[in-house]
Design a protein around this ligand. Structure first.
Ligand code: SF4
Length: 386
């Protein structure tokens, strides 16, 4: 039996099931040479095989005929290809070894989820299909995707994950995927940002070019284990990037909140109203409120980037979403719109007006249809935020 165990970002992220499988294993095969010394007291009586020991002659005997043939044929191919094959062979050899040992033993094949965000399940399943009667069970670890999403506060409910360093993916394929994500407002999770050979930063530079062209103001978090730095893409400190760094590129709806990178999601707060708000929308429904700038208003200009007074009171209040500049007044349970300029810009005002007619028929709709109004807000943000 093979238990494939994803360690996750850190040995401390092991799931209970994965931990039990390690304890019950006769043999541990350490696919990524992970430091498992924290588990010494549980593993001291077990046979442990890692990448270095696979190179010993006895284990190499267990390689399949195909694999040995590949080594021999490699004399006839280019040096670049040889390097790729050599690395692949090492990985395949460990998996072949795990399979051969698993017919008589319980094998724990442990791997990191980084750089392969899914561990090596895909590889194990494909190689196992060469043999009959391979029993395997997969214990996923906390992947860098789950890790980054949680520690940043950036929900990955709509996201695309891209491996920048895949042997068979062309730069055209990478470009299309990255462009699609940025243009369609989905969070982009990038891993393996640094290549293996001479072209270390080629794919990162391609990413940089595309982000600068299609989303230069998007926030990005460079996540290294449990620490991260949030910045605009062109402000990333490239010297701090390494093979384990994952990048999370936010959408137009991502913003920095204290030390986190939040992407607006489904935080919905029940609306509370003040009488001025209701009075304003009574008049709005009768078409008695101003459109564009109200030069007769004593408070003009009340906001820094004021372009339109259409929504002196906001139909989405309280949106509880800081992407447009609103924020909670600490310890008061009051949502402040003081720094939200978006609702006072011309284009958003026109876009909101167009959608509001279908929802707001009566002032009570401000509270009864708050969720519909928040959907309209999101739609207008995606249309109008630059
Ligand atoms: S922050 Fe802006 S969009 Fe949100 S409720 Fe306040 S004014 Fe409206």
């Amino acid at each position: 039996m093979i238990n494939l165990i994803g360690i996750g970002y850190d040995i401390g992220d092991l799931t209970v099931n994965a931990f039990s499988a390690i304890i019950e294993a006769d043999i541990i095969i350490n696919f990524d040479n992970i430091d498992i010394s924290d588990l010494d007291s549980y593993t001291k009586d077990k046979e442990i095989i890692d990448r270095d020991s696979i190179k010993s002659e006895e284990d190499l005997d267990t390689l399949s005929e195909d694999m040995i043939q590949l080594e021999e044929d490699s004399e006839e191919i280019s040096n670049d290809s040889k390097a790729v094959y050599s690395k692949l062979n090492e990985s395949y050899s460990l998996i072949e070894l795990a399979i051969s040992k698993s017919f008589d033993n319980d094998v724990a094949l442990i791997c990191s989820n980084n750089p392969n965000i899914y561990g090596i399940a895909n590889l194990l399943i494909q190689i196992s299909s060469k043999y009959s009667d391979v029993e395997l069970k997969i214990h996923p670890g906390v992947s860098p995707i789950d890790y980054a999403s949680s520690i940043l506060g950036t929900p990955f409910d709509d996201f695309i994950a891209i491996d920048l360093n895949k042997t068979l993916s062309s730069s055209k394929e990478l470009k299309n995927k990255i462009k699609f994500a940025i243009r369609n407002d989905v969070v982009l999770f990038i891993h393996n940002i640094i290549g293996e050979e001479d072209d270390l930063m080629d794919n990162f530079n391609l990413l940089k070019e595309l982000v600068n062209e299609y989303g230069k103001d998007l926030l990005v978090a460079a996540v290294n284990d449990s620490s991260y730095e949030i910045s605009k893409f062109n402000e990333i400190d490239e010297k701090k990037l390494n093979r384990n760094t994952s990048l999370v590129i936010g959408t137009k709806l991502s913003y920095k909140l204290e030390d986190y990178m939040v992407t607006s999601c489904d935080y919905i707060v029940e609306p509370k109203f003040i009488s001025q708000n209701m009075d304003f929308f009574e008049r709005y429904l009768k078409d008695e409120t101003p459109q564009e700038l109200d030069y007769d208003c004593d408070y003009l200009p009340c906001h820094k980037s004021l372009e339109a007074c259409d929504f002196c009171y906001c139909p989405f209040y309280p949106c509880a979403d800081g992407v447009t500049g609103g924020e909670w007044i600490k310890d008061k349970d009051v949502w402040s719109c003081q720094y939200c300029d978006w609702i006072h810009l011309e284009e958003p005002c026109q876009t909101i007006r167009q959608g509001l007619g279908d929802i707001l028929k009566d002032v009570d709709d401000l509270k009864d249809k708050h969720i519909e109004l928040l959907r309209l807000r999101r739609e207008c943000l995606l249309k109008t935020l630059k």
